[in-house]
Ligand binder design. Sequence first.
Ligand code: ADP
Ligand code: TRP
Length: 323
Amino acid sequence: MRVLSGIQSSGALHLGNYFGAMKQHIELQHENECFYFIANYHALTTIQDAERLQQLTFDVAADYLALGLDPNRVAFFRQTDVPEVTELTWILATVTGKGLLERAHSFKDKTAKGLPVSMGLFCYPLLMAADILIYRSDIVPVGQDQVQHIEMTQDIAGYFNSTYGEVFVRPEPRLNQTPVVPGLDGQKMSKSYGNTIELFGDAGTIKKKIMSIKTDSTPVEAPKDPQRCNVFALLKLLASPEETAEWERRYRAGGMGYGEAKKRLAELYEEKFGRLRAQRAAWAARPDDVEDILRAGGKRARAVAQEVMESVRRACGLSARPR
Ligand code: ADP
Ligand code: TRP
């Protein structure tokens, strides 16, 4: 199976990214042909500061490597190292109705909030469709919020294939067990909501954040519903099934304060991610090696993309005339 996914370099990666997407990216690398990239063209829709974008792109690479992405198994690259995706974006735009893009949640949310919408944001799903289709990807592991974009990609592939013949493969989304990870305030954890717990934050800051997770005002003695608690939702991502069952029992029994669960969550976070800080620091100290990995991954990915683009150009009548 060919597996592909991307993550924008628009801010520090967090538990939502990890449990929603990256964890399965890393698991899938063992038995599939994987293409994972840093979506820095997409990030331009929010980050318009060269130095910052450069740094954030490097940070995403170092985070993935520290979490165990194996660059020998995976083609790991920067989206911009395969500029053919922008060419395909244009071609896909010509077979896609404007109405489809107007139905995208990301665009509708911003419009509803009265925020300015650039053409880049409006066309975001087209670029994402190009990312997916240009590698003939079978499976796209993502969090719940990206599923609509993949369904749009299926539609766009259909428009193209019915106009020009079967060039593209229909991709399928693939979700983790936790498709939506809540943030500190109970909304979806997201870089753009300021409610994140970063993967590589320092211990003190993370602990403070965890202690500030929003909970209801049920008194300590009263029984509590774990299914409605943001702390429990995060705890069960990090605790063993046995420990999770024990917390569930304690919530329902009453006599337990949310503070206790938060403290345990902070410990579990440290056990899992604290251990990886040294590896993260080691990658941060080897920027040239990270660059070499991204370039090599970009080369592998680009070779596939160029071949597919040849078929696309041929199908549309855009190829140079052979002599
Ligand atoms: P953000 O919303 O923080 O900007 P991205 O849009 O870059 O994150 O998401 C990268 C990947 O992580 C996507 O596959 C997305 O679905 C997943 N993801 C992000 N936040 C969450 C979350 N809170 N729960 C589950 N998956 C998430
Ligand atoms: N839009 C995705 C996000 O915000 C990132 C992304 C860009 C992506 N292109 C992709 C994800 C292709 C999967 C496949 O998370």
